[in-house]
Design a protein around this ligand. Structure first.
Ligand SMILES: [Zn+2]
Ligand SMILES: [Zn+2]
Length: 298
């Protein structure tokens, strides 16, 4: 029967389809809308209308932007959702079909390499801009409470430990980790700027480093903005925060040395930096001496 609605079953039996239209919304009943594609069942030669689940839709759209899946043939296997997951997973392989022959899988075999090939092929930039990825990223950051996996500071990025189709489609968040910018740079590049191998990257991601060590900030009161110290790119969120806090403290002490807003400055040093008046006086005196010695040397 032409245009029969065909629902993929989660029974691990692959279906062989040539997709012949872009994904469209089909009104099945007045209250039910389905997303579907027109396709040809390659085993039987029948035309059919295939219901496309959200996950399958995302896999197709991500792998073949701009409806590039139209007029291509696929081997699609649907797996039932694993315990605790809401979504079924799909294994989608593009296949080559020769006339009068049964479908023949292309060289891409493992789902894993499928995902990675696409990432390497340069589609990854498109992927990172996609609403799908933004949604996954938001979900993962929320799951982790925006805490960086490595340093425990504030995470702003999500790192992929693997690029399988499952992960890219948003069906396996276990392989995604919230991370801060500095730790992300650190785990991917070594001190000479060379890309680390994936094993090393993964090892460093999972090695907790909560160190707050940072270079002594240089305060330049002529500058409106604080200058980043060398190595800032690779400093963890914890280190960056400690550095900024110390820079702020030194700046207040310098203002006090110059007699600027003494009341406010002193109050901030007490409340924000937990200093006593004695400590403040000692440090301001030390800065004065330092400055005088510096002038003498010049
Ligand atoms: Zn971090
Ligand atoms: Zn990464």
């Amino acid at each position: 029967m032409k245009d029969a609605v065909f629902k993929l079953k989660a029974n691990e039996n692959p279906v062989f389809l040539r997709i012949t239209s872009a994904i469209f919304t089909r009104i099945a009943a007045s209250s039910t809308q389905l997303e579907a594609v027109n396709a040809v069942n390659l085993m039987t030669g029948e035309s059919c209308c295939v219901v496309v689940d959200t996950v399958l839709k995302n896999v197709l759209r991500e792998a073949y932007p701009a409806d590039g899946y139209v007029d291509r043939s696929f081997q699609i296997t649907k797996f039932a959702p694993v315990a605790g997951k809401r979504y079924a997973t799909f294994d989608v392989k593009e296949i080559q079909v020769r006339a009068e022959q049964s479908p023949q899988a292309m060289s891409k075999t493992a789902t894993e390499s499928g995902g990675l090939d696409r990432v390497r092929a340069g589609d990854y930039e498109d992927y990172r801009k996609s609403p799908l990825w933004r949604k996954i990223k938001r979900r993962v950051l929320k799951r982790d409470g925006k805490v960086c996996r490595r340093c425990g500071g504030k995470a702003t990025l999500v790192h992929h430990r693997s690029y399988t189709d499952e992960v890219l489609a948003g069906n396996n968040d276990e392989q995604l980790a919230s991370i801060c910018e500095g730790c992300h740079n650190f785990i991917h590049k070594d001190e000479n700027g060379y890309t680390r191998n994936p094993e090393e990257t993964d090892r460093l991601l999972l090695t907790r480093d909560e160190s707050a060590a940072f270079p002594v900030p240089e305060v330049d009161l002529r500058l409106r903005w604080r200058k980043d110290p060398p190595g800032w790119d690779r400093m963890s969120a914890v280190q960056r925060q400690a550095f900024e806090c110390e820079h702020g403290r030194l700046k207040l002490l310098h203002w006090l040395r110059l007699g600027k807003w003494p009341d406010t400055t002193r109050r901030l040093l007490r409340s924000h930096h937990g200093m006593t008046d004695e400590q403040i006086d000692t440090e301001v005196a030390a800065l004065r001496t330092q400055k005088m010695q510096h002038r003498k040397r010049q």
